[in-house]
Design a protein around this ligand. Structure first.
Ligand SMILES: [Zn+2]
Length: 60
């Protein structure tokens, strides 16, 4: 499997969570799941998700 670039940390990841054309590595997937909505970086994650997932925008 060819390495892909993680959407969040831009590191190469051989396996990760695929959302459309983007991939999120296991590490960032875990971070995202654990990140509380009040976390300072949460809006940043949401913004990144919005870029690849327009339906996400409608949900917020
Ligand atoms: Zn990552």
């Amino acid at each position: 499997m060819k390495p892909e670039i993680c959407l969040f940390c831009t590191k190469e990841t051989a396996e990760g969570l695929h959302i459309f054309q983007a991939v999120i590595c296991r590490e960032c997937e875990g971070t995202l799941i654990r990140t509380d909505t009040t976390h300072p970086r949460y809006p940043e994650y949401v913004e990144k998700l919005k870029r690849i997932w327009p339906a996400c925008e409608a949900g917020y």
